[in-house]
Ligand binder design. Structure first.
Ligand SMILES: Cc1cc2nc3c(=O)[nH]c(=O)nc-3n(C[C@H](O)[C@H](O)[C@H](O)COP(=O)(O)OP(=O)(O)OC[C@H]3O[C@@H](n4cnc5c(N)ncnc54)[C@H](O)[C@@H]3O)c2cc1C
Length: 375
């Protein structure tokens, strides 16, 4: 444990869900905090996330426990904002392709044995449980419905948290360009923004999404990185009864606050072309293909139209598990780098703020320490 004294000043780098959530939790604890982002808030992965709140399928026990705590915090939030259009718990429906890898029955047994709320439904049972699905597209092995799952619109949530942060005296600097973390005398001493301004701090949280491994490497630290480039397509609003998040072999779909759908998939992600100048190219056939796949699984097979799309890094650590906490080699230098940041956003911010403010390492994060990448 390094941060044994309460910091008088913390700088958070990153205006995505991890940065903003941790900043507001620090402010609630009375810690003076400045949040710095390169552009507008939510301009990274959090602004183009499917944001399905879940702990579905198989993973380590520790990761499952953390995700359940993550969903629990959203449940509490939904009581505070009962009419929020940006946070819904209408369940999730998952099915697999009709091939040798179809794992639905085994996954159902696994979730059932964990006590994770799950129902195995034959295609013709789905309409009675959740509306808006074309049962003909569901494979004969059936689908798992998880009634406790939901979705969040992260930009809306970030807006709500940022407002509270400012009201508590927190400072938000946007459009600051690429910030760097300063290390002096072997510990984090603050941040320098692109204009050369220095922001001194006793502790720094680096929550820079997919940039985290490259930024800690500047300080000689290694965090394994498996970040792909991802694509999220948003349709125009459409009147349709779908409420649940759908996870299907060719497309994942969730409703949005304005009555549209957000779509992504593994195959469309693989079709993103990264150009030599660092920009991305999306083929029209990829966008149209994703709309078609979505239409096939929706009741009535509606014609969907694109409103816009987002493309860029989807932060994923090298071993797939979250990375949270203080770098043991550099006291005062904390990191947050993970996939499933929608599900984990509230709980990770709460636990990281607690660690930064008190210096006590929280047991729920014990499996997710950055030092596991140090050989
Ligand atoms: C297509 C897609 C689907 C997803 N689906 C789900 C899902 O269903 N469920 C789920 O739980 N999670 C999902 N995720 C993951 C989740 O969205 C991310 O884990 C989460 O948004 C990451 O938040 P973050 O704060 O780490 O990063 P970001 O939101 O990327 O925020 C980091 C911020 O730091 C800024 N930044 C970077 N470098 C610097 C710098 N040097 N100086 C200043 N600012 C900097 C960036 O511009 C950015 O604003 C999905 C993600 C994607 C992309």
């Amino acid at each position: 444990m390094h941060a044994s004294t309460r910091p008088s000043k913390v700088v958070v780098v990153g205006g995505g869900i991890f940065g903003v959530s941790t900043a507001v939790h620090l402010a609630r604890l009375g810690v003076q905090t400045t949040l710095i982002n390169d552009g507008a808030l939510a301009n990274g992965a959090s602004g183009r996330s499917l944001a399905w709140l879940n702990s579905a399928r198989r993973r380590s026990d520790a990761y499952h426990r953390l995700r359940l705590a993550g969903i629990d915090r959203y449940r509490t939030l939904s009581v505070k904002y009962p009419d929020a259009t940006w946070l819904r718990f209408d369940g999730g429906l998952t099915w697999d392709a009709d091939d040798a890898d179809n794992d639905i029955v085994a996954v159902f047994d696994y979730e059932h044995d964990l006590g994770y709320d799950a129902q195995l439904l034959a295609p013709d049972q789905i309409a009675k449980t959740t509306p808006g699905v074309d049962a003909r597209s569901v494979t004969r092995q059936g689908a798992i419905f998880n009634p406790g799952e939901g979705w969040v619109d992260l930009p809306s949530l970030i807006g709500v948290l940022a407002e509270e942060f400012r009201a508590l005296g927190g400072e938000i600097i946007t459009d600051a360009g690429r910030a760097t973390v300063n290390v002096q005398g072997g510990r984090a001493s603050g941040v320098t923004t692109a204009d050369g301004a220095d922001w001194a701090a006793d502790a720094v949280l680096l929550a820079a999404g997919g940039e985290v491994p490259a930024i800690v490497a500047l300080a000689g630290q290694h965090i394994g990185d498996d970040t792909p480039i991802a694509l999220l397509v948003r349709t125009k609003p459409i009147k349709h009864p779908l409420k649940a998040v759908l996870n299907t072999p060719r497309v994942a779909i969730r409703p949005t606050p304005d009555g549209a759908f957000a779509l992504d998939s593994a195959w469309s992600e693989e079709e993103v072309i990264k150009k030599a100048d660092g920009s991305y190219e999306i083929k029209l056939s990829t966008l149209e293909g994703l709309l078609l796949e979505a239409s096939k699984v929706l009741e009535g097979n509606p014609k969907l139209e694109i409103a816009d799309y987002g493309v860029g890094p989807k932060p994923i650590p090298g071993d797939g598990e979250p990375v949270f906490g203080e770098l043991q080699a550099i006291p005062g230098y904390f990191v947050a780098f993970s996939h499933s940041g929608a599900t984990l956003g509230l709980i990770a911010g709460e636990l990281l703020a607690d660690e930064i403010a008190t210096g006590r390492r929280h047991p729920l994060l014990a499996s997710f320490r950055p030092e596991r990448f140090v050989s």
